[in-house]
Ligand binder design. Sequence first.
Ligand SMILES: Nc1ncnc2c1ncn2[C@@H]1O[C@H](COP(=O)(O)OP(=O)(O)O)[C@@H](O)[C@H]1O
Ligand SMILES: [Mg+2]
Length: 455
Amino acid sequence: MQLTPFARQQEFLAATEDEVLYGGAAGGGKTDALILRALLRLQQQPGAHVLFVRRAYPDLEMSVIRRVLPLVQGIAAYDGSRHLLRWPNGATLQFGYAERYEDALRYQSAEFDLICIDELTQLPEDVFALLLSRNRTSIPGLRPILRAATNPGGPGHAWVKRRFIDVAPPDTTYTDPTTGRTRRFIPARVQDNPHIDQGYVQRLMELPDLLRRALLDGSWDAAEGLAFPELRRDVHAFDPRPLPEHWPRFRALDWGFARPYSVGWYAVDEDGRLWRYRELYGWGGDPDVGTRETPEQVAERILAIEREAGETVRPGPADPAIFGAGQGTGPTVAEAFARAGVVWVPADHRREPGWAALHERLRVREDGHPMLMVATTCLHFWRTVPSLVLDRHRPEDVDTRGEDHVADEVRYAVMSRPLAAVVRPAPPGRETLGFIREHYLRRQVAREERFPWRQ
Ligand SMILES: Nc1ncnc2c1ncn2[C@@H]1O[C@H](COP(=O)(O)OP(=O)(O)O)[C@@H](O)[C@H]1O
Ligand SMILES: [Mg+2]
C-alpha cells in the first residue's frame, strides 16, 4: 500500500519548526499526516527513534497501528508485544499511549528524535511536558522535533490553544522568547483532503452550530464554549435495537410545563453502562417551548409506551422541585404522577458534581466504549445536548439559557448511578454479588412503589 501526501500534508512534512501542530478540523488528514511524518523519518534517518502517541491504547490500535502495518508490510518488522516497529536501517517506531501521567512515565528514560502526538487536546498539559522532555537525540546533527495533530475541543483545549494557536497567526513561525524554540500551526480542513467522500462532509454540515464550526471550520472559539465537546455520534450513539431483557430499566425526568419536560429511559448493562434507549420530550415545536401537559397526561403517555413495549421499568430520579408544593396547595407534581401510576425519586441535583459525573460517563474506556450510550432515535438529546455551552461566569457549569432539559434529565440519571459504586465482581462471585445487588434494588424499588410519599 502506498500513501501519497496531498498539498496540505506536504507543507506539514516540509515544515522545519521544532514543534508543529496540524489540523484543527475534522477529516483534514491529520492522522495520516502524522503517519507519513513518522515513516519519512524512519526511511531517511538510520538509528532514528520515533514515538507515536495517542491518549488511549484502543485509539492507537484502531486508528494508527492498523493503518501503519499494511503500509510497511515486507519492509519493517513489528513486535506486537512491545508495540515496536523496527526499520531495516536500525530506526524504530514506538507506539505509545499516555492516558495518565504514570503512563507517560514509561517513556521517561528513553529518547525520541521525533515525537508524533495525535489528538493533542486529549492530553493533559503535564503529560505533554513530560513527553516533550524526552524529545532529544544522541545522533549528531539531527534536530529533535515534535509533531502533533488535533481537533479543537477536548480536555486539553485551553493549553493547546495557548501554546499553538494564540501565539501567532496560522502558517507563521513563532519563536519562544525564553527557549528560542520555534512553533507553527498549520490549519487543515476537510476541504483540503481530496480523499474524503461527500457523505462525510454532509454529516459535518448537519451538526449543531457550534460543533459544526468547531469540526468543519476548525474554529477554536466555537469549541471553547461547548459544554460537551467530547460527545460524538460515532462514539456515543447506537442504532435502536432490542436490549437484553435482564438489563434493569429505569426512567428519569426533568419536569416542565410551559417549557419542555424530558423523560429518558435507561437500561443498565452488566458493566454498569447506561443505555438511554428512548425519550419522551414535551416539545411545543419551537426551541425551548413546552406542551403544557399535566403530570397525569404525561404519566399516561409514559405508561402507554411501556405497555406497548411490554417493559418493566423502575422508578427513577426526577427534578426535586416536583416534590415541593409549588403553589402551596393541592398535590405536588410528584404526587400527581404517583397517583397516575408513575413514581419518581428525588434526584441528586447538584449541578457541578452532576456534570462531572456526566463527563466521566462520556469518557471512552479501555474497551473503546463510553459508559453512556444514547440511541440515535433520541432526537432531542442529539438536537440539544451537543450544542449546550458553558456558563461564562462558572466554567464548570452549563449555561442555563440553553435548551438544557434533556441534559438535566441525563444528569439526574447518571447521579442516580454513581460509577464508583458499580459492583463489578470477578467471574466466580458474579452470581452471588449480582443477586444480592438485584435483591437489594428490588426491595428498594418495591418500597418506593408502595410508599411513594416517603421519598
Ligand atoms: N494522503 C492520503 N492518501 C489517501 N488517503 C488519505 C490521505 N490522507 C488522508 N486520507 C484519508 O482521508 C480520511 C481522513 O483522514 P484522517 O487522517 O483520518 O483525518 P483526520 O485524522 O484529520 O480526521 C481517511 O479515510 C484517510 O485514510
Ligand atoms: Mg484522526
